[in-house]
Design a protein around this ligand. Structure first.
Ligand code: RB5
Length: 169
């Protein structure tokens, strides 16, 4: 990992506020630059908002990678994966933290605060940060994921064009 080129986007809902703060302190101790998109206390919020903030920061290039957290990690990973270009991986162990980088080039890590002990969560973060994408045949598969995104975008645009045309008629 080249720390100087990394800037980590962080986002969570209320259920994961405490763990997000621990991850944030850990990243700072590692000397990593980060941007914290919140939430900033335990008042109830909606996890898709924070998935969107983090995902947009990553696909725009403002941040190199992102970490999102909610109670289970499920909702916020589902939401983050709706953003074209985001490959969010929900990890509960060190093996998947490594594999999601090597095989899937996961640019967002999702963690479940109600699932993970904090110490394991930080170890998952470490493995995910240091593991490089293996490329080769895995790149071909990621290209197919991008192909699905592109196909859906084209079909969506065609549907919108049809609706606009029908309204004109
Ligand atoms: C919030 O209660 C909870 O639903 C959320 O943190 C997350 O677990 C959703 O997937």
């Amino acid at each position: 990992m080249n720390n100087s080129s990394e800037k980590i986007a962080l986002g969570c809902d209320h259920a994961a506020y405490q763990l997000k703060e621990q991850v944030k302190a850990h990243l700072k101790a590692l000397g990593l630059e980060l941007k914290d998109f919140g939430t900033f206390d335990e008042s109830s919020v909606d996890y898709p908002d924070y998935a969107f903030f983090v995902g947009k920061a990553v696909v725009s290039g403002e941040c190199s990678r992102g970490i999102v957290l909610c109670g289970t990690g499920i909702g916020i990973s589902i939401a983050a994966n709706k953003i074209p270009g985001i490959r969010a991986a929900l990890c509960h162990d060190l093996f998947t933290a490594q594999a999601c980088r090597e095989h899937n080039n996961a640019n967002v890590l999702a963690l479940g605060a109600r699932v993970l002990e904090p110490q394991l969560a930080l170890e998952i973060v470490d493995v995910w940060l240091k593991t490089e994408f293996a490329g080769d045949r895995h790149q071909r598969r990621l290209d197919k994921i991008t192909g699905i995104e592109d196909t859906c975008a084209v079909e969506h645009a065609q549907e919108l064009a049809n609706i606009v045309q029908e309204q004109k008629n």
